[in-house]
Design a protein around this ligand. Structure first.
Ligand SMILES: Cc1cc2nc3c(=O)[nH]c(=O)nc-3n(C[C@H](O)[C@H](O)[C@H](O)COP(=O)(O)O)c2cc1C
Length: 177
């Protein structure tokens, strides 16, 4: 698991190769296997495979255009009426999708939707809600872009870890490795 966590990087460049249905199914399973507070199962997901829809989705905020070159996007959503901590629940699911992507040889990147804007008058959430028919009672956290990687990034190293952010027993006592 630590090796996987070191190798996991955000991948924003993808080849034209298709992601197999089997791999897509395993990503869905990773999402649905994620824990939720009080077992509320507050998360929902839209798998976006259609190229035209992916292209439209990639306009949801500045800087998201690399999404149109992904093979698929997964819109990660939460139902706040099922859980007051829908954000945490959805974040764990998004993270599990991102991690499993790495494990099965895919590249992926988290694209933040919540608190982001399409333009001055429309939030990213409103923009996506309209295109994908997401009802008003469902909130949108993020989109995960997924594809066969067309860039390689160095794994994270143990030397780069910021142990100064870790304390032992008290905030006034740094954890010493
Ligand atoms: C909550 C969250 C939101 C993020 N939003 C975006 C985003 O909107 N666009 C993007 O390109 N990357 C996004 N990222 C990826 C981060 O930029 C990336 O994880 C960070 O720079 C570290 O790089 P690494 O993932 O390759 O280790 C997000 C990551 C997290 C955890």
């Amino acid at each position: 698991m630590l090796e996987l966590l070191k190798k996991r990087r955000s991948i924003r460049k993808y080849t034209n190769e298709k992601v197999s249905d089997e791999k897509i199914l395993s990503l869905i399973q990773a999402a649905l296997l994620s824990p939720t507070s009080k077992n509320s199962k507050s998360c929902e997901f839209i798998i976006v495979k259609d190229k035209d829809l992916l292209s439209k989705l990639s306009n949801f905020k500045p800087g998201a255009s690399f999404l149109k070159n992904a093979d698929l996007g997964i819109i990660v959503m939460g139902n706040p009426s099922l859980s007051d901590v829908w954000i945490e629940n959805a974040s764990i699911a998004a993270s599990n999708i991102h991690l499993l992507s790495q494990e099965i040889g895919l590249g992926s990147c988290w694209l933040q939707v919540r608190n982001r804007n399409y333009n001055e008058s429309t939030s990213s959430e409103e923009y996506i809600r309209e295109i994908f028919n997401v009802p008003e009672n469902i909130n949108i956290l993020a989109v995960i872009s997924i594809g066969c990687p067309d860039e390689e990034k160095d794994p994270l190293t143990e030397e780069s870890l910021n142990y100064s952010k870790v304390y032992l027993n008290s905030y006034s006592n740094k954890y010493l490795k």
